[in-house]
Structure formats: structure tokens, C-alpha cells
Design a protein around this ligand. Sequence first.
Ligand code: UDX
Length: 438
Amino acid sequence: MTVIGTGYLGATHAACMAELGHEVLGVDVDEKKIESLAKGEVPFFEPGLPEVLQRTSEVGRLRFSTSFEDAAAFANVHFLGVGTPQQKGSYAADLRYVRAAIESLVPLLEGEHIIFGKSTVPVGTAEEMQRLADSLVKPGSSVEIAWNPEFLREGFAVRDTITPDRIVVGVRPGASQAEAVAREVYATPLEGGTPFLVTDLATAELVKVAANAFLATKISFINAVSEVCEAAGADVTLLADAIGYDDRIGRKFLGAGLGFGGGCLPKDIRAFMARAGELGANEALTFLREVDAINMRRREHMVQLAKKAAGGSLIGKSVTVLGCAFKPNSDDVRDSPALNVAGQLSLQGAQTTVYDPQAMDNARAIFPTLNYAASAKEALQGADLVVLATEWREFVDLDPAEVAKLVRNAVIIDGRNVLDAKAWMDAGWTYKALGRSL
Ligand code: UDX
């Protein structure tokens, strides 16, 4: 098989499919990316992926190329994992890379081929791509477009791909090879009992955005309740524990704090709203505007809290921000709440110093004006205020007594509600958190 697009999703999919025993060619137009992957180097941080990439490359099951001619000749099964970012100046998804991949690949294909789209796309895209492919394919050859959404989480990408929660395949009406081919591709997880759902194309496309919209809503729900907790003098973390015991609710994704970011949740809920509007169902998803607004409000609220904790003004204060990745175990800073807060603190006059175990290079590229320290220890030196913005294990494990010796003022705001509040207060810290009155 080939995997077209070797970003986060595609590179992971390619390596994991090779790990499952398939012969895989990863294809991308980005020469630097392909060069790095071909050398066995993963151009982003994902635990476990470099090992899989090296292992499968060494035995010759995984190769990379920038040539669509190679792709067309290599296999009859193709996965599409290109990016679908938010369009500039609109909420909608930008489908140019999906279209470009079809336009580059399909005219070169000979015989019967199947393309499984994995990218997150607006409902209706697969059908449109089938029409596009039909108009480009050589006479006598054929291409089927199917949709096989990807649910992997950054930080758990290898595990989520090799042993997924579920496999969804959207197939076109009438004659289709997609289910049979997908059963072969995913034979290993299917033998392991992974649920396999075959749907129409539109349902498969919607499954992905609906799942992400639900997760975003769950996070914003608890963050909205967190605002009420603060106003009422209650504790959102205990509340989340208590409601989480109800297994209809569940404790996962009730982590109140700085809210969600990353390359998926924010853009996916916006694209979902935009598409619903185009389909005449705009009222259905207006609540997602509120989900988005609650989420963005967290960042402002954090800055306000920091200002208050700094005595009313941030001007000239040394503020240490621990973490700038959008979540731990990732070097991704796309729409990162942590980096956004660091940027705002700096714009409001604070001397802002950031430390993150993995995301510093990516952060520096976006916000070159912040100070970047080489270690947590260096970042904490002389701080007037500490803000925990990404819950890396390294930060959760910090010893409050040791950290107190480094800073000028022992004041910390726990933006992710992960520190042991009592231990920090016992060590003499003024401890503040979102959604808790302590
Ligand atoms: C998400 C989906 O989980 C995944 O299924 C989909 O394929 C891609 O989008 P990812 O972006 O890797 O995955 O991150 P996820 O673990 O879902 O976290 C998203 C954001 O929500 C992070 O910024 C995280 O910090 C935040 N979050 C998560 C919370 O604020 N509270 C929580 O309780 C959980």
C-alpha cells in the first residue's frame, strides 16, 4: 500500500501498517520530510514511533518517495493522510491538499485501485473526490474512494493505530471493494476483536468530527462549570471526580483547566459548524460556538488570574511558564493554550520565560520574543510567578520545597489542576488554580 501525506497522521499510519506486516511506500511532496523519514528520523516528537519506523525500514517493508509515479506503480491500495487545516478567513476546512493528492495520483493509475481517505474532512468530500477521480482516471482503469477516519491521539499515536478502539470504513453505494480490502489491511486488529463498522461515506466522515466535537464539548462543559465553581467558592476537581463515577458520564476529558488546543479539536469543531451551515443545518451546531468561546475564555481568565497574583500588574514581573506544547508528550504547539497564555503574558509586559521538554523549537518559531530556558530549573530562577500550562510529568513531579529555593516569590498557578495543592501550600507556596478556591 501507499500512504500519501507523511505528516503526523500519514507517517504514523505508514510505519504502523509496515509494523502490521504490510509493504508500505510513504509519499509526500515535502522533500525534507521524506529525506528525514527515509533516514529513519521522525520529524516530530511521538513516543515509540522512531523505533517502529527504524525497525520496519531496516527489514525493507517501509520506504519513502516524493514521486507519484512510484506511488502509482507500487500498489493498488492507497491511504490519504494529507492535512485539512482551517481556511484563512473562514471556519471551513481547506481541502486543497486532498484535491491535489487525487489530481496527482489518479491520472497515473493503471488497473483497479482503491483510495482510503483518512484525513478529517467535511461531510460530502468523499463523494466529491469520487467524481473528481472518475473524471481523471485513464480509460479502462478504475478508482474507488472510501473513507476510513483516523482517531489517533498525539502521544499515543502508535498504540492507537496498531490497536484502535474501532475501525470505521465508509463505502460508496453499489459495487465496492472497500470492506473486503479494509478487512485484509486490518486483519491483525480485527483478529484481536477491534469493532469494525461499515457505513456509508457521509456517516464515516461525520463520525470523526462528531467524536471530536463531543470531546471538545465535554472539556468545555467542565470548564464552564469551573467558572461557576470559582464564583461559588467550590472545587471543580472534586466535582469532576464525583460526577465522573457515574459511568454514563465518566471521568475522562473532565480535566478542567486551560482548555483544549492542538491541530484537531479547535479546527474540527469550526469546520463542523461551517459545513452544517452549508447544508442548511446551522442551528444544529450553534452550541459549538459556545464550546469554542468557553474554551478561548480559559486563556484570558488565566492571564487575569496571573495579573492578580502578580499584584495587579504584569509589567516588569518575571513570569515562568512551564510547558508550551498543547498537551504533554507532544511537541505540537498548534493552537496551544499554553503558548497562547505565555504570549499574552509577554504582551502585557511580563518578562516571560518558557520551558518545555519537547516543544521549544516549535514555540520559538512562532513566538521568538519569549525567553526560552534550557531546563525547568533555569526557567524558575528568580521568578515572581510560576504558571503551569502543560501537565508534563516532569512538572507534576517537581518538589515544591526545592522549587521554592529557586524563585523570588513562591506563587504558582496550576493551569491544569494536576499539582498536589496541599503539598505546595505546605511548602509555603501561594497556590492558585482555575476553578478552585483554595
Ligand atoms: C484529538 C482526539 O482525541 C483524537 O481522537 C483525534 O484523532 C485528534 O484530536 P489530540 O489532538 O491528540 O487528539 O489530543 P487530545 O488528547 O484529545 O487532547 C486535546 C486537547 O484537550 C489538549 O489540549 C488537552 O490538553 C485538552 N484536554 C484534554 C483538556 O483540557 N482536558 C481534558 O480532560 C482532556
